[in-house]
Design a protein around this ligand. Structure first.
Ligand SMILES: Cc1cc2nc3c(=O)[nH]c(=O)nc-3n(C[C@H](O)[C@H](O)[C@H](O)COP(=O)(O)OP(=O)(O)OC[C@H]3O[C@@H](n4cnc5c(N)ncnc54)[C@H](O)[C@@H]3O)c2cc1C
Length: 462
């Protein structure tokens, strides 16, 4: 038997970290001490559900979101209770189910569920630490986590939930998305370049319009793909039979044909995409690394545009921007961004051309999307000491399905987990709320099994 309480440490208190904490509170039925290390004020919200703009909408319908594993519809119940005036209005419930609510509201729900879960577990001691974890190693058979402030922590299990890192950054030299800007800068600007054409571009362009930007937006993207709209009403996911082929080109052709056939029979193609979602981790892990790379190189932009969709109203606003010439979409590749006193100078090569050309814009934003931060001292240290290794595509860390981290030797590291976007290269479909919640639940169940009361306190293998 242990001579002291189990200690768990969650590094990163964004959405994934809090989902992990909630799952541990639900799954581990012995008393334990829970440390959540998060330097910022966005506990439970992180980059996605924080305070960028109150009008940023979720890209998933209310009925399809829940922070509680095995309780679909929990966000809908919560949202309904916020709005219902006691009349148990069925129309309101149905309407809400299909609505895309503000992302900040979802963040509020996550925080509330977290504190409720803590409240229910009087035998769990929670410590929220405002700090950045700088390293994680092993000391006398336990994890030792160094922080940028305060005493180091010791823990029996560590969950890495640091995803996109400490703040949105720019890979191109343009302004990072969601950069704090004065309203006058938007009002004054006559032109704006947006590098990337996915969901981040949509956020940045619509924010700029709200802030008074009335100039021309030039959206530059290699493949020229824009996010597609959701179906007008929530659709029932349709399962399709896929070929047993391990060729990504054959698989994507099969998906395209299934979508076209569905449309021809009056079923929105979105139903096929939704139906695929639950098998995507299996499909991804069944592909050879070269096929996965082929997908990332050739298919990903098209996949992302169909998989990461926007509400119909938002889609309509982007289409109107293009139709009225207020925005243009250029297919091309930005090779340089120079920041000047009076604006930005971009160098871009248009699709089909070999000649680079210059593009001047008063403002320029990097909307190429958010990638997990593998460069932090914490993650680099774990890779350096052999506790972790990057996945073959260097999108994140090599992990098992439940997030258990694979070391340099390819073996799972007892008690060390990485969840959410950090697992994208290993699992692919793992950045959306339902997959993160399911993975957090699996990780918590594994930790519960590892540290079940009958289990002697075995030291951690280095
Ligand atoms: C803009 C945006 C909108 C999205 N909208 C939706 C949606 O509508 N529906 C949906 O299903 N999914 C959506 N997603 C996807 C998904 O929900 C996110 O992938 C998810 O929120 C990731 O959360 P996270 O906690 O892993 O990462 P992050 O939000 O990046 O949080 C990581 C946290 O770790 C902290 N941290 C970093 N390094 C350290 C360290 N060394 N020590 C301690 N703490 C550290 C950071 O401060 C941060 O708070 C969206 C994603 C984005 C980016």
């Amino acid at each position: 038997m242990r001579d002291r309480a189990l200690e768990l440490c969650v590094l990163g208190g964004g959405f994934t970290g809090v989902a992990a904490a909630i799952a541990c509170l639900a799954r581990i039925d012995v008393p334990f001490r829970l440390f959540v290390v998060e330097p910022g004020p966005a506990l439970g919200r992180g980059l996605a559900f924080g305070g960028h703009h109150p009008l940023h909408l979720l890209n998933v319908r209310t009925r399809d979101l829940s922070i509680r594993a095995g309780q679909p519809g929990d966000f809908l119940s919560w949202a309904f209770r916020q709005l219902d005036q006691g009349e148990n209005h069925a129309g309101l419930h149905e309407g809400l189910a299909h609505t895309f609510l503000p992302r900040q509201l979802f963040g509020e729900y996550v925080r509330q569920r977290f504190f409720e879960a803590v409240e229910r577990r009087k035998d769990v001691e929670l410590k929220l630490l405002t700090a950045t974890a700088t390293s994680c190693g092993i000391d006398r058979g336990r994890f030792r986590i160094e922080l940028d402030r305060g005493e180091p922590l010791s823990a029996d299990a560590v969950i890495l939930a640091t995803a996109y890192g400490l703040s949105p950054s720019s890979a191109t030299g343009a302004l990072p998305p969601y950069a704090a800007m004065a309203r006058e800068d938007f009002v004054r600007a006559k032109s704006m370049a947006l590098i990337g054409s996915g969901l981040t571009m949509v956020d940045v362009l619509l924010d700029a319009r709200r802030e008074g930007f009335s100039g021309k937006a030039i959206v530059v993207s290699r493949r020229g793909q824009l996010p597609r709209p959701h179906a007008p009403k929530g659709v029932v996911p349709q399962q399709i039979g896929l070929p047993r082929s391990k060729s990504i080109l054959r698989l994507t052709a099969a998906v395209r044909i299934a979508c076209e056939a569905a449309e021809a029979h009056g079923t929105p193609w979105q139903a096929i995409m939704n139906g695929l979602r639950s098998s995507l981790q299996d499909i991804w892990q069944g592909l050879a690394v070269e096929e996965q790379s082929r997908f990332l190189c050739h298919v990903r932009p098209f996949w992302d545009a169909h998989r990461h969709r926007v509400p119909i109203e938002v889609h309509g606003r982007i289409q109107a921007e293009l139709a009225q010439g207020r925005a243009v979409l250029l297919r091309g590749h930005v090779t340089g961004v120079e920041r000047r006193p009076d604006g930005f100078k971009l160098t871009l090569t248009r699709h089909g051309s070999l000649e680079p050309e210059a593009l001047d814009a008063d403002l320029a934003f990097d909307c190429t999307g958010h990638a997990p931060d593998l460069g932090s001292g914490l993650i680099q240290g774990l890779i350096g000491n052999g506790f972790a290794r990057p996945d073959p595509h260097r999108l994140g860390l090599a992990v098992e399905r439940n997030g258990q981290v694979l070391g340099a030797d390819g073996c799972p590291k007892r008690g060390l987990f990485a969840l959410g976007p950090l697992c994208q290269g290993s699992l692919w479909e793992i950045i959306g709320v339902p997959e993160i919640v399911a993975q957090a639940d699996q990780a918590a169940a594994s930790i519960a099994a590892l540290y079940a009361p009958a289990e002697a306190a075995a030291p951690l293998a280095p």
